[in-house]
Design a protein around this ligand. Sequence first.
Ligand SMILES: Nc1ncnc2c1ncn2[C@@H]1O[C@H](COP(=O)(O)OP(=O)(O)O)[C@@H](O)[C@H]1O
Ligand SMILES: CC(=O)N[C@@H](CCC(=O)OP(=O)(O)O)C(=O)O
Length: 295
Amino acid sequence: MSASESETQARLLAQALPYMQRYENKTIVVKYGGHAMGDAELGKAFASDIALLKQFGVNPIVVHGGGPQIGAMLSKMGIESKFEGGLRVTDQKTVEIVEMVLAGSINKEIVALINQTGEWAIGLCGKDGNMVFAEKAKKTVVDPDSNIERVLDLGFVGEVVEVDRTLLDLLAKSEMIPVIAPVAPGRDGHTYNINADTFAGAIAGALRADRLLFLTDVPGVLNRNGELIKELSVSEARALIKDGTISGGMIPKVETCIEAINAGVQGVVILNGKTAHSVLLEIFTEHGAGTLIVP
Ligand SMILES: Nc1ncnc2c1ncn2[C@@H]1O[C@H](COP(=O)(O)OP(=O)(O)O)[C@@H](O)[C@H]1O
Ligand SMILES: CC(=O)N[C@@H](CCC(=O)OP(=O)(O)O)C(=O)O
Protein backbone atom coordinates (compact mmCIF):
# COMPACT_ATOMS: atom_id res chain seq x y z
CA MET A 1 0.00 0.00 0.00
CA SER A 2 1.39 3.43 -0.94
CA ALA A 3 1.79 6.23 1.64
CA SER A 4 -1.18 8.15 0.19
CA GLU A 5 -3.37 5.03 0.24
CA SER A 6 -2.48 4.46 3.89
CA GLU A 7 -3.36 8.08 4.64
CA THR A 8 -6.74 7.71 2.93
CA GLN A 9 -7.40 4.56 4.91
CA ALA A 10 -6.50 6.25 8.20
CA ARG A 11 -8.73 9.25 7.35
CA LEU A 12 -11.67 6.97 6.52
CA LEU A 13 -11.29 5.13 9.82
CA ALA A 14 -11.13 8.41 11.73
CA GLN A 15 -14.31 9.62 9.98
CA ALA A 16 -16.08 6.40 10.99
CA LEU A 17 -15.44 7.01 14.71
CA PRO A 18 -18.61 9.03 15.48
CA TYR A 19 -20.74 6.36 13.78
CA MET A 20 -19.00 3.58 15.70
CA GLN A 21 -19.82 5.42 18.92
CA ARG A 22 -23.40 6.08 17.81
CA TYR A 23 -24.12 2.42 17.11
CA GLU A 24 -22.23 0.85 19.99
CA ASN A 25 -24.49 -1.75 21.69
CA LYS A 26 -27.28 -0.94 19.22
CA THR A 27 -29.18 -3.62 17.32
CA ILE A 28 -29.07 -3.55 13.54
CA VAL A 29 -31.20 -6.07 11.67
CA VAL A 30 -29.97 -6.71 8.14
CA LYS A 31 -32.27 -8.48 5.72
CA TYR A 32 -30.15 -10.15 3.05
CA GLY A 33 -32.38 -10.84 0.06
CA GLY A 34 -32.04 -13.82 -2.24
CA HIS A 35 -31.57 -11.51 -5.22
CA ALA A 36 -28.60 -9.83 -3.52
CA MET A 37 -26.84 -13.20 -3.12
CA GLY A 38 -25.07 -15.30 -5.72
CA ASP A 39 -21.85 -13.40 -6.37
CA ALA A 40 -18.95 -14.87 -4.38
CA GLU A 41 -17.05 -11.59 -3.95
CA LEU A 42 -20.17 -9.68 -2.92
CA GLY A 43 -20.99 -12.45 -0.44
CA LYS A 44 -17.55 -12.11 1.14
CA ALA A 45 -17.90 -8.32 1.30
CA PHE A 46 -21.30 -8.70 3.00
CA ALA A 47 -19.88 -11.17 5.55
CA SER A 48 -16.96 -8.90 6.36
CA ASP A 49 -19.33 -5.93 6.86
CA ILE A 50 -21.36 -7.95 9.36
CA ALA A 51 -18.18 -9.16 11.10
CA LEU A 52 -16.89 -5.59 11.35
CA LEU A 53 -20.16 -4.39 12.90
CA LYS A 54 -19.81 -7.05 15.61
CA GLN A 55 -16.17 -6.09 16.18
CA PHE A 56 -17.23 -2.47 16.62
CA GLY A 57 -19.61 -3.45 19.44
CA VAL A 58 -22.80 -3.35 17.36
CA ASN A 59 -25.34 -6.17 17.68
CA PRO A 60 -25.94 -7.27 14.06
CA ILE A 61 -28.70 -9.78 13.29
CA VAL A 62 -28.95 -11.22 9.79
CA VAL A 63 -32.31 -12.38 8.44
CA HIS A 64 -31.97 -13.87 4.99
CA GLY A 65 -34.26 -14.69 2.10
CA GLY A 66 -33.67 -17.04 -0.79
CA GLY A 67 -36.68 -16.72 -3.11
CA PRO A 68 -34.72 -17.35 -6.35
CA GLN A 69 -32.84 -20.28 -4.76
CA ILE A 70 -36.13 -21.87 -3.61
CA GLY A 71 -37.50 -21.35 -7.13
CA ALA A 72 -34.47 -23.09 -8.65
CA MET A 73 -34.79 -26.09 -6.31
CA LEU A 74 -38.54 -26.38 -6.90
CA SER A 75 -38.05 -26.45 -10.66
CA LYS A 76 -35.25 -29.01 -10.29
CA MET A 77 -37.73 -31.20 -8.38
CA GLY A 78 -40.41 -30.57 -11.00
CA ILE A 79 -42.68 -28.70 -8.57
CA GLU A 80 -44.55 -25.74 -10.02
CA SER A 81 -44.64 -22.56 -8.02
CA LYS A 82 -46.59 -19.31 -8.29
CA PHE A 83 -46.82 -16.05 -6.39
CA GLU A 84 -49.92 -14.14 -5.34
CA GLY A 85 -49.63 -10.65 -3.87
CA GLY A 86 -45.80 -11.06 -3.81
CA LEU A 87 -46.00 -14.28 -1.71
CA ARG A 88 -45.27 -17.86 -2.79
CA VAL A 89 -48.31 -20.13 -2.71
CA THR A 90 -46.96 -22.91 -0.48
CA ASP A 91 -48.38 -26.44 -0.33
CA GLN A 92 -46.99 -29.26 1.86
CA LYS A 93 -44.35 -30.38 -0.69
CA THR A 94 -43.27 -26.77 -1.25
CA VAL A 95 -42.89 -25.95 2.44
CA GLU A 96 -40.58 -28.96 2.83
CA ILE A 97 -38.32 -27.62 0.05
CA VAL A 98 -38.55 -24.08 1.46
CA GLU A 99 -37.33 -25.27 4.86
CA MET A 100 -34.59 -27.37 3.28
CA VAL A 101 -33.27 -24.49 1.17
CA LEU A 102 -33.73 -21.61 3.63
CA ALA A 103 -32.87 -23.22 6.98
CA GLY A 104 -30.43 -25.60 5.28
CA SER A 105 -28.14 -24.69 2.42
CA ILE A 106 -28.54 -20.89 2.30
CA ASN A 107 -28.41 -20.43 6.07
CA LYS A 108 -25.25 -22.51 6.37
CA GLU A 109 -23.62 -20.75 3.41
CA ILE A 110 -24.03 -17.36 5.11
CA VAL A 111 -22.87 -18.76 8.47
CA ALA A 112 -19.76 -20.18 6.79
CA LEU A 113 -18.99 -16.87 5.06
CA ILE A 114 -19.14 -14.97 8.35
CA ASN A 115 -17.12 -17.65 10.15
CA GLN A 116 -14.43 -17.37 7.49
CA THR A 117 -13.85 -13.76 8.58
CA GLY A 118 -12.86 -15.05 12.04
CA GLU A 119 -16.14 -14.07 13.71
CA TRP A 120 -18.70 -16.54 15.07
CA ALA A 121 -22.04 -16.91 13.36
CA ILE A 122 -24.84 -19.21 14.42
CA GLY A 123 -27.52 -20.37 11.99
CA LEU A 124 -31.11 -20.44 13.24
CA CYS A 125 -34.70 -20.36 12.08
CA GLY A 126 -37.83 -19.33 13.95
CA LYS A 127 -38.10 -22.84 15.43
CA ASP A 128 -34.83 -22.58 17.37
CA GLY A 129 -35.18 -21.59 21.00
CA ASN A 130 -38.95 -21.06 20.46
CA MET A 131 -37.93 -17.75 18.88
CA VAL A 132 -40.83 -17.17 16.48
CA PHE A 133 -44.34 -18.55 16.14
CA ALA A 134 -46.49 -18.03 13.07
CA GLU A 135 -50.03 -18.60 11.96
CA LYS A 136 -51.59 -18.96 8.53
CA ALA A 137 -51.35 -15.67 6.67
CA LYS A 138 -54.58 -13.78 6.08
CA LYS A 139 -53.47 -11.72 3.11
CA THR A 140 -56.23 -9.95 1.21
CA VAL A 141 -56.29 -8.52 -2.32
CA VAL A 142 -58.81 -6.27 -3.99
CA ASP A 143 -60.14 -7.65 -7.26
CA PRO A 144 -59.53 -4.85 -9.81
CA ASP A 145 -62.74 -5.67 -11.79
CA SER A 146 -65.27 -6.07 -8.99
CA ASN A 147 -63.39 -3.96 -6.37
CA ILE A 148 -64.27 -6.71 -3.88
CA GLU A 149 -61.68 -7.66 -1.26
CA ARG A 150 -60.91 -11.38 -0.95
CA VAL A 151 -58.66 -13.39 1.37
CA LEU A 152 -55.96 -15.35 -0.48
CA ASP A 153 -55.44 -19.00 0.38
CA LEU A 154 -51.65 -19.25 0.23
CA GLY A 155 -51.39 -22.64 1.97
CA PHE A 156 -48.54 -22.81 4.48
CA VAL A 157 -47.57 -19.15 4.19
CA GLY A 158 -47.33 -17.73 7.65
CA GLU A 159 -47.31 -14.40 9.40
CA VAL A 160 -45.41 -13.87 12.61
CA VAL A 161 -47.62 -13.71 15.70
CA GLU A 162 -45.08 -14.14 18.53
CA VAL A 163 -41.39 -13.33 18.93
CA ASP A 164 -39.58 -14.50 22.06
CA ARG A 165 -36.43 -12.42 22.57
CA THR A 166 -34.78 -14.82 25.06
CA LEU A 167 -32.34 -16.45 22.64
CA LEU A 168 -31.55 -13.24 20.75
CA ASP A 169 -30.91 -11.33 23.98
CA LEU A 170 -28.52 -14.08 25.09
CA LEU A 171 -26.68 -14.01 21.77
CA ALA A 172 -26.38 -10.21 21.87
CA LYS A 173 -24.27 -10.59 25.00
CA SER A 174 -22.11 -13.26 23.37
CA GLU A 175 -19.62 -13.49 20.50
CA MET A 176 -22.29 -15.06 18.28
CA ILE A 177 -23.90 -13.36 15.29
CA PRO A 178 -27.40 -14.80 14.64
CA VAL A 179 -28.23 -15.66 11.02
CA ILE A 180 -31.94 -16.43 10.82
CA ALA A 181 -34.00 -18.20 8.13
CA PRO A 182 -37.66 -17.10 7.82
CA VAL A 183 -39.28 -20.43 8.67
CA ALA A 184 -41.34 -20.82 11.84
CA PRO A 185 -43.73 -23.25 13.47
CA GLY A 186 -47.36 -22.62 14.21
CA ARG A 187 -49.02 -23.51 17.50
CA ASP A 188 -50.99 -25.90 15.22
CA GLY A 189 -47.82 -27.96 14.64
CA HIS A 190 -47.37 -26.93 10.98
CA THR A 191 -44.23 -25.37 9.54
CA TYR A 192 -44.81 -22.01 7.85
CA ASN A 193 -43.00 -20.24 5.02
CA ILE A 194 -42.72 -16.55 5.88
CA ASN A 195 -41.67 -13.81 3.52
CA ALA A 196 -38.17 -12.86 4.65
CA ASP A 197 -38.96 -9.14 4.63
CA THR A 198 -41.93 -9.48 6.98
CA PHE A 199 -39.94 -11.88 9.17
CA ALA A 200 -37.06 -9.37 9.43
CA GLY A 201 -39.55 -6.62 10.27
CA ALA A 202 -41.09 -8.70 13.06
CA ILE A 203 -37.66 -9.43 14.57
CA ALA A 204 -36.61 -5.77 14.31
CA GLY A 205 -39.91 -4.65 15.84
CA ALA A 206 -39.71 -7.08 18.76
CA LEU A 207 -36.15 -5.96 19.52
CA ARG A 208 -36.94 -2.24 18.95
CA ALA A 209 -33.91 -2.30 16.64
CA ASP A 210 -32.05 0.87 15.92
CA ARG A 211 -31.81 0.13 12.21
CA LEU A 212 -33.45 -2.25 9.78
CA LEU A 213 -31.66 -2.55 6.44
CA PHE A 214 -33.08 -4.34 3.41
CA LEU A 215 -30.43 -5.47 0.95
CA THR A 216 -31.97 -6.13 -2.43
CA ASP A 217 -31.03 -5.99 -6.12
CA VAL A 218 -32.12 -2.43 -6.89
CA PRO A 219 -30.76 0.87 -5.48
CA GLY A 220 -33.94 1.37 -3.43
CA VAL A 221 -37.55 2.29 -4.24
CA LEU A 222 -37.68 3.64 -7.79
CA ASN A 223 -40.25 6.05 -9.24
CA ARG A 224 -42.09 5.54 -12.55
CA ASN A 225 -39.01 6.80 -14.45
CA GLY A 226 -36.77 4.30 -12.72
CA GLU A 227 -35.10 6.98 -10.57
CA LEU A 228 -34.19 6.39 -6.93
CA ILE A 229 -36.52 7.93 -4.34
CA LYS A 230 -34.16 8.92 -1.52
CA GLU A 231 -36.79 9.49 1.13
CA LEU A 232 -40.30 8.15 1.27
CA SER A 233 -42.97 8.90 3.85
CA VAL A 234 -45.41 6.21 4.96
CA SER A 235 -48.31 7.93 3.15
CA GLU A 236 -46.29 8.37 -0.07
CA ALA A 237 -45.29 4.70 0.07
CA ARG A 238 -48.94 3.64 0.44
CA ALA A 239 -49.88 5.77 -2.57
CA LEU A 240 -47.11 4.21 -4.71
CA ILE A 241 -48.35 0.69 -3.83
CA LYS A 242 -51.90 1.70 -4.71
CA ASP A 243 -50.99 3.20 -8.10
CA GLY A 244 -48.80 0.19 -9.03
CA THR A 245 -45.42 1.98 -9.04
CA ILE A 246 -44.37 -0.38 -6.27
CA SER A 247 -45.12 -3.97 -7.27
CA GLY A 248 -44.02 -7.61 -6.83
CA GLY A 249 -41.48 -8.33 -4.10
CA MET A 250 -41.17 -4.61 -3.33
CA ILE A 251 -44.72 -4.63 -1.87
CA PRO A 252 -43.99 -6.80 1.22
CA LYS A 253 -40.71 -4.94 1.66
CA VAL A 254 -42.33 -1.50 1.80
CA GLU A 255 -45.30 -2.75 3.85
CA THR A 256 -42.80 -4.18 6.33
CA CYS A 257 -40.94 -0.86 6.48
CA ILE A 258 -44.20 0.86 7.44
CA GLU A 259 -45.01 -1.75 10.11
CA ALA A 260 -41.46 -1.64 11.50
CA ILE A 261 -41.60 2.14 11.88
CA ASN A 262 -44.97 1.84 13.60
CA ALA A 263 -43.45 -0.81 15.91
CA GLY A 264 -40.71 1.60 17.02
CA VAL A 265 -37.76 0.77 14.75
CA GLN A 266 -35.83 4.01 14.43
CA GLY A 267 -34.55 3.88 10.86
CA VAL A 268 -35.54 1.68 7.93
CA VAL A 269 -33.59 1.71 4.68
CA ILE A 270 -33.92 -0.23 1.40
CA LEU A 271 -30.57 -0.40 -0.38
CA ASN A 272 -28.62 -2.15 -3.09
CA GLY A 273 -27.05 -5.38 -1.89
CA LYS A 274 -25.31 -5.68 -5.24
CA THR A 275 -22.98 -2.84 -4.28
CA ALA A 276 -19.97 -4.12 -2.32
CA HIS A 277 -19.91 -3.05 1.34
CA SER A 278 -23.33 -1.41 1.13
CA VAL A 279 -23.94 -2.15 4.84
CA LEU A 280 -20.81 -0.28 5.95
CA LEU A 281 -21.56 2.58 3.56
CA GLU A 282 -25.02 2.92 5.07
CA ILE A 283 -24.00 2.68 8.73
CA PHE A 284 -20.64 4.44 8.79
CA THR A 285 -21.20 7.41 6.49
CA GLU A 286 -23.53 10.40 6.74
CA HIS A 287 -25.27 10.03 3.38
CA GLY A 288 -26.49 6.48 2.92
CA ALA A 289 -27.27 5.32 -0.57
CA GLY A 290 -30.78 3.79 -0.63
CA THR A 291 -34.35 4.80 0.20
CA LEU A 292 -34.99 5.93 3.77
CA ILE A 293 -38.56 5.34 4.91
CA VAL A 294 -39.73 8.02 7.33
CA PRO A 295 -42.92 8.20 9.45
N1 LIG B 1 -40.99 0.79 -7.43
C1 LIG B 1 -40.08 -0.17 -7.37
N2 LIG B 1 -38.79 0.14 -7.06
C2 LIG B 1 -37.84 -0.81 -6.98
N3 LIG B 1 -38.07 -2.13 -7.21
C3 LIG B 1 -39.32 -2.52 -7.51
C4 LIG B 1 -40.38 -1.57 -7.58
N4 LIG B 1 -41.52 -2.23 -7.89
C5 LIG B 1 -41.19 -3.53 -8.01
N5 LIG B 1 -39.88 -3.73 -7.78
C6 LIG B 1 -39.22 -5.03 -7.84
O1 LIG B 1 -38.90 -5.48 -6.53
C7 LIG B 1 -37.71 -6.26 -6.61
C8 LIG B 1 -37.12 -6.44 -5.21
O2 LIG B 1 -37.91 -7.32 -4.43
P1 LIG B 1 -37.57 -8.89 -4.36
O3 LIG B 1 -37.54 -9.44 -5.75
O4 LIG B 1 -38.52 -9.53 -3.42
O5 LIG B 1 -36.09 -8.86 -3.81
P2 LIG B 1 -35.37 -9.58 -2.60
O6 LIG B 1 -35.12 -11.00 -3.01
O7 LIG B 1 -34.13 -8.79 -2.45
O8 LIG B 1 -36.28 -9.48 -1.40
C9 LIG B 1 -36.87 -5.50 -7.60
O9 LIG B 1 -35.89 -6.29 -8.21
C10 LIG B 1 -37.90 -5.00 -8.61
O10 LIG B 1 -38.02 -5.89 -9.68
C1 LIG C 1 -44.14 -16.59 1.58
C2 LIG C 1 -42.95 -16.33 0.72
O1 LIG C 1 -43.07 -15.79 -0.37
N1 LIG C 1 -41.76 -16.72 1.21
C3 LIG C 1 -40.53 -16.56 0.51
C4 LIG C 1 -39.38 -16.80 1.49
C5 LIG C 1 -38.04 -16.41 0.96
C6 LIG C 1 -37.90 -14.92 0.70
O2 LIG C 1 -38.70 -14.09 1.11
O3 LIG C 1 -36.78 -14.63 -0.01
P1 LIG C 1 -36.39 -13.23 -0.70
O4 LIG C 1 -36.17 -12.24 0.37
O5 LIG C 1 -35.15 -13.57 -1.44
O6 LIG C 1 -37.51 -12.82 -1.63
C7 LIG C 1 -40.43 -17.54 -0.69
O7 LIG C 1 -40.95 -18.65 -0.60
O8 LIG C 1 -39.78 -17.16 -1.67
